[in-house]
Design a protein around this ligand. Structure first.
Ligand SMILES: *Cc1c(COP(=O)(O)O)cnc(C)c1O
Length: 462
């Protein structure tokens, strides 16, 4: 090693001339290659300056630059096999779309469409027209509109009807959905003033009544989507809030969260409030997500009184919150599936996964385990376990499910899970009691071969 460590540092030209990078020129733009090589050299210079002593190998450096280039060139967002059993997994994109909806989004994306044009008259038309008709039919509401998510729906609804006024909410319902969606913060953003009433576990109608002032605009119910208050509890039914609101000329907003359009109790799931029930109970506005139990694209639906919806659509924020053409197309296609509720349960992926009978999961798991057993070094068992709905829906409801419990010779469970996660395709699993658990509930049948391949790959290089 020479006295001057920087003398060891190869020139950019030398790195670029290394065979690995010379061969990369047909796949990566020259400027990107040069910039990435400079960055890599810069990092080495920093380490040398810090007094680290090491030899610099040009070919190794070129390989490193090439790997960085390949990472840059591939989209960071890629498909994942969800083997967690959590149907609405927020980190994995919540609801997968039905093929019809996915295709509608794809077609909308790659060409032109009658987004704001009435093809019969040739005149400009609202992009929400058809959507409104579907939503009215499914919710029983006078009118409806949709924005980018339920958080946006809450902000624009409160802003339209309660800016500068008070909104009364029970302390038992001051939910944080995750990220920065907290009812008090959303209220502040909308320009409304939150008036909390009751306690965490008990809120009575008289609490709301006492809090009403001349500046009150709204009584709001927020669905406890991701938690439950249990034990000695009391909350006020929506119909009671509606009764109170009529006496005082106020509005009732129901932030329903999940957006359940179909009763899933016949399939063993709990009786979540249906959107149509909130409308029937007299709520002036009901807000819900499109990508939770509805099983559509990310969006937020506002259903309710036509006059209020019209006012909301005139708010300048609507321009900022409105749906893009791909979402609109996917939402329309999803809602069309709901025209036949039985078909929706059978075909909308979120609903189908949630309602898959245990016997079917057992059969699939046993068949898959037989394949897994053929991989050398892998031990697998199949047993009954529990999964959760996730995504801010049905928080305390576990669904009985089947899991495959895996262990691989020479790999810890966390190592195996990490290899599956970083493989191609990426597979996200659960790690529990020293094993990697695969739940096939959210694995599409078309993905089973790929999953088996990913597993084989993960254990092959031990
Ligand atoms: C999930 C949820 C929201 C937020 O919905 P996004 O579509 O994720 O913005 C708001 N309110 C309730 C009650 C929810 O459950």
């Amino acid at each position: 090693m020479s006295d001057n460590p920087f003398r060891e540092l190869p020139s950019v030209t030398k790195v670029l001339a290394a065979p690995a990078l010379a061969a990369a020129r047909d796949r990566h733009p020259p400027d990107a290659i040069t910039a990435t090589a400079r960055t890599a050299l810069g990092a080495i210079r920093t380490r040398l300056a810090a007094g680290e002593v090491f030899a610099v190998n040009v070919d190794a450096l070129a390989a490193e630059v090439l790997a960085a280039l390949e990472t840059q060139a591939a989209p960071a967002i890629r498909p994942v096999i969800n083997a967690t059993g959590v149907v609405l997994h927020t980190n994995l994109g919540r609801s997968p779309l039905h093929e019809d909806a996915a295709r509608a989004a794809y077609e909308a994306a790659r060409g032109y469409l009658n987004l704001e044009l009435d093809l019969k008259t040739g005149k400009r038309a609202s992009r929400q027209g058809n959507l409104r008709a579907s939503l009215k039919l499914l919710t029983g509401a006078e009118s409806a509109t949709a924005v980018n998510n339920c958080a946006a729906a809450t902000v624009i609804a409160l802003r339209t009807v309660a800016q500068g006024k008070e909104v009364i909410v029970s302390r038992g319902q001051l939910v944080e959905i995750g990220g920065s969606f907290r009812i008090p913060d959303v209220m502040a953003v909308s320009g409304a003033t939150l008036r909390e009433v009751g306690t965490t576990n008990i809120t009575r109608l008289s609490d709301y009544e006492r809090a009403i002032t001349s500046n009150t605009a709204v009584l709001m119910r927020v669905h406890c989507s991701n938690y439950r208050v249990r034990g000695y509890t009391r909350s006020v039914e929506l119909a009671e809030l509606v009764g109170l609101s009529r006496k005082h000329n106020l509005l009732v907003i129901d932030d329903a969260g999940s957006g359940q359009l179909i009763d899933l109790t016949p399939f063993g799931l709990p009786g979540e409030p249906l959107i149509s029930a909130s409308i029937a109970a007299g709520a002036d506005l009901v807000l819900f997500s499109g990508d939770k139990l509805l099983g559509g694209p990310q969006c937020g639906v506002i259903a309710g009184k036509a006059a209020i919806i019209e006012k909301i659509e005139k708010d300048p924020l609507m321009r900022a919150f409105r749906l893009d053409k791909m979402t609109l197309a996917a939402l329309e296609a999803t809602l069309l599936l709901y025209r036949d509720p039985a078909k929706a349960v059978r075909e909308v992926p979120t609903l189908r996964m949630l309602t898959t009978p245990l016997a079917v999961l057992k059969q699939r798991s046993d068949a898959f385990a037989a394949w897994v057993r053929a991989i050398p070094g892998v031990t697998v068992g199949v047993w009954e376990d529990e999964s959760f709905v996730g995504g801010g829906s049905l928080p305390d409801v576990s669904v009985p499910t089947m899991v495959l419990g895996l262990s691989a010779e020479g790999l810890s469970e966390t190592e195996l899970a990490a290899r599956l996660r970083t493989g191609t395709p990426a597979v996200v699993t659960r790690v529990q009691d020293g094993r990697v658990l695969l739940d096939l509930r959210c694995v599409f049948e078309r993905q089973e071969a790929e999953l088996l391949g990913a597993l084989t790959q993960a254990v092959s290089s031990v």
